[in-house]
Design a protein around this ligand. Structure first.
Ligand code: FSO
Ligand code: SF4
Length: 546
C-alpha cells in the first residue's frame, strides 16, 4: 500500500504498512484498484450519451465509490471486493455500449478501461495501480490533489442526493476529471487548471447540499445545544447525513429513548425541522477522534452515518452500527432503504432499551446556527461593528479536528485572539475552541459556528455579502484571515473551492499535505499565498499586521 491522502500520513510522507487511521494494507490496495477502474469507467463514458437509467447508475456508482474511499469511512475488505466486482461489471457494460457505437476505437483504450480479473486477482492487480504508478512526483501530486478533491465532492453530492438533489454537470465533471488522471499528455499546468475547475464544482456541490439540507429542514437558527445528559437511555448519531438522522428521530419518537449527536452531527440541532422532536436531547462529547473514550461512556447504541470511524474498542463494538457507505468488519450494518422505504433502526432501538443512560462527561451548552441565512439577517449589525472598529478582523478557522497534539495550537490561537476579533467556523475543527468562553461582540458570540464542514459554503456566502456591503472589488481586501485546519479529503475540496473563488493567503495546518510535492506546494505559495502555521505568537502577529 501507499496512501498519503490525509493529514496523518505516516512520517508526513505516506502510510506503507498499515494506515495510521487503522486502514489495513489490503483494504488500501482495494481502494486504489476501485479508483483505477472508476477512471477506466469514466474514460469510457466520456462523450457518450448514455441511456438515462445507465447514466444514473454510472453517476451514482462513481460518487458512492469515491465517497467510500475517504479517510475513516470504510475499513471493510468484503465491501471493497464487492465494489470492485461491481465496478468491472458496470465498466464492461459501458464499454460494450461504446464498442457498439464506435467499433474501431477499442485499440486505443487504456488499461483501466480493459483490465479484468475475478476477485482472486484483485489483490495482485491492486499492487500495480496505486498512487506511485505515476512516476513524475509533480504530476502525481496534482493527480492526487484532484482525486482527493473529487472524493470530498462525492461525499457532499451523496448527502444531497439522499435528499433528492442531483447535478448532472457535476457528475460529468467528476468523470472528465477522473479520466484526465489517466492522460499522460496533460502537463502540470493543465492539471493545475483542472484542480481549480474542481474548486468551482466544489462550490456547486456545497451549494447543492446547502439547498438540499435547508430545503428539507429549514434554515439553521441560533441555537443553544445541551452537552449534559438526561436520565433515559440514548442513541448517539455521528457523521454528516441529516436524512439518516431524520429517520432515526421518527422511529425513536415515543420510545422512551433520547437521541444525541456526536462530532459533525452537532449542527443538526440548528435546523428548525429537528427541534420539534423533544427526544432530540443534545450533543454528547466532542470531535471524531475522541470516540474511543466517549462511545464507551455513552453506554448506548451508536450510529455512524459517515466518516470518521476510529477502529472500535471491545467496550463498545457491540453497540456500534454503520450505515450508507461506512463499514467496519464485525460491526452491524444498517442497510440502505429500498424503493424509498426508510432504513430500519429497530435493532438500535431494541438494544437501547436495555442500556443504561449515558454517563455525563460535561454540562452546559454550546451555541451555533450561524449559517448564511442567520448571519445575513444580522448583516447590518456586523457591517456597523466593522465600520465602528468594534470588530477588527474575522478569522475563518473552519475544517477538521484530529488527534495530533500539535492541533492544540488551534485552542491556543482561539484563546489568544484579541477581543475585537470574531471566529467563523464550520466542520469539526470547532471542537478545539467551542467550549471556551470567548465572550461576545456586537451582541454575537465571538465563535460563529455555521455548521458542518460542507457549511463552509455559508462562510463563503457571508464573505461575498460583506464584500458587497463594503463595495470592495477584491474579496481579499476584507478584514478576514484564513487559518484552516485540515484532516481529510472533504477539507481538500473546501480548499480548492476557496482557491477557485480567488481567496488568497490561506494558512493550512497543522501540517501541509504530504501529497503536495515541493514544486506543487511552491505553485500554491506563489500563486495563492498558501502557507503553513508556525506558532501562535508569530502567526497572530502576522495575521494582525496585514
Ligand atoms: Fe470532521 Fe471527519 Fe466534516 Fe471530515 S468528522 S474530519 S473534513 O470527516 O468531514 O469535519
Ligand atoms: Fe494513512 Fe491517512 Fe491514508 Fe489512513 S487515510 S492510510 S492515515 S494517509
Amino acid at each position: 500500500m501507499f496512501c498519503f491522502q490525509c493529514q496523518e500520513a505516516s512520517q508526513g510522507t505516506g502510510c506503507t504498512v498499515v494506515g495510521v487511521c487503522g486502514k489495513p494494507h489490503d483494504v488500501a490496495n482495494l481502494m486504489d484498484l476501485l479508483i483505477y477502474t472508476l477512471k477506466g469507467l469514466s474514460f469510457l463514458s466520456l462523450d457518450l450519451d448514455l441511456p438515462t437509467e445507465l447514466e444514473r447508475r454510472v453517476s451514482l456508482f462513481i460518487m458512492d465509490s469515491l465517497f467510500a474511499t475517504i479517510t475513516n469511512a470504510n475499513f471493510d475488505r468484503d465491501y471493497f471486493v464487492c465494489k470492485n466486482s461491481e465496478a468491472l461489471k458496470l465498466r464492461d457494460e459501458v464499454r460494450a455500449l461504446r464498442g457498439s457505437l464506435f467499433p474501431h476505437a477499442s485499440a486505443s483504450l487504456p488499461d483501466a478501461a480493459v483490465w479484468t480479473a475475478d476477485e482472486h486477482g484483485f489483490d495482485g492487480k491492486a499492487w500495480t495501480v496505486g498512487v506511485l504508478r505515476t512516476a513524475n512526483e509533480d504530476i502525481r501530486s496534482l493527480r492526487e490533489l484532484l482525486t482527493y478533491g473529487l472524493k470530498g465532492m462525492a461525499a457532499y453530492s451523496y448527502h444531497a442526493g439522499q435528499l433528492g438533489e442531483i447535478d448532472p454537470a457535476l457528475d460529468a465533471f467528476v468523470r472528465r476529471a477522473l479520466a484526465a488522471t489517466l492522460d499522460d499528455t496533460l502537463e502540470a499546468a493543465d492539471l493545475v487548471a483542472l484542480n481549480l475547475e474542481a474548486g468551482k464544482y466544489g462550490v456547486d456541490a456545497m451549494a447543492m447540499l446547502d439547498k438540499a439540507n435547508t430545503g428539507a429542514y429549514g434554515h439553521p437558527e441560533i441555537t443553544k445545544v445541551k452537552i449534559g445528559t438526561g436520565s433515559r437511555p440514548g442513541i448517539l448519531i455521528s457523521g454528516h447525513d441529516l436524512k439518516d438522522l431524520e429517520e432515526l428521530l421518527i422511529q425513536t419518537e415515543g420510545q422512551g429513548i433520547d437521541v444525541y449527536t456526536h462530532s459533525e452531527m452537532l449542527p443538526a440541532h440548528y435546523y428548525p425541522a429537528f427541534k420539534r422532536y423533544e427526544h432530540f436531547y443534545g450533543n454528547y462529547g466532542s470531535a471524531w477522534w475522541k470516540q474511543t473514550q466517549e462511545f464507551k461512556s455513552f453506554n448506548g447504541p451508536i450510529l455512524m452515518t459517515t466518516n470518521c470511524i476510529v477502529p472500535p474498542k471491545d467496550s463498545y463494538i457491540g453497540r456500534l452500527y454503520t450505515t450508507g457507505h461506512t463499514g467496519y468488519p464485525g460491526v452491524a450494518h444498517i442497510s440502505d432503504e429500498v424503493d424509498g422505504a426508510p432504513k430500519d433502526y429497530s435493532a438500535l432501538i431494541e438494544q437501547a432499551r436495555s442500556c443504561p443512560p449515558p454517563t455525563e462527561i460535561e454540562t452546559g451548552e454550546i451555541t451555533g446556527g450561524f449559517a448564511h441565512h442567520t448571519v445575513l439577517g444580522v448583516a447590518d449589525r456586523v457591517v456597523e461593528a466593522v465600520k465602528s472598529g468594534e470588530i477588527r478582523r474575522f478569522f475563518v478557522m473552519a475544517g477538521c479536528d484530529g488527534r495530533m497534539k500539535s492541533r492544540n495550537y488551534y485552542t491556543d490561537f482561539a484563546r489568544e485572539l484579541p477581543q475585537d476579533t470574531v471566529i467563523l467556523t464550520a466542520g469539526c475543527a470547532k471542537y478545539k475552541y467551542n467550549k471556551l468562553d470567548l465572550g461576545e461582540i456586537a451582541g454575537l458570540p465571538r465563535v460563529l459556528d455555521a455548521g458542518q464542514c460542507n457549511d463552509s459554503y455559508s462562510l463563503v456566502v457571508i464573505a461575498m455579502k460583506l464584500q458587497e456591503a463594503f463595495g470592495l472589488d477584491d474579496i481579499n481586501d476584507l478584514p478576514i484571515s484564513y487559518n484552516i485546519a485540515w484532516y481529510e479529503q472533504k477539507a481538500v475540496i473546501v480548499l480548492l473551492a476557496l482557491l477557485h473563488l480567488g481567496i488568497r493567503n490561506i494558512h493550512l495546518g497543522p501540517t501541509l499535505p504530504a501529497f503536495l510535492s515541493p514544486n506543487v506546494a511552491q505553485v500554491l505559495i506563489d500563486s495563492f499565498g498558501i502557507g503553513g502555521i508556525t506558532n501562535v505568537e508569530d502567526d497572530m502577529k502576522r495575521f494582525l499586521e496585514v
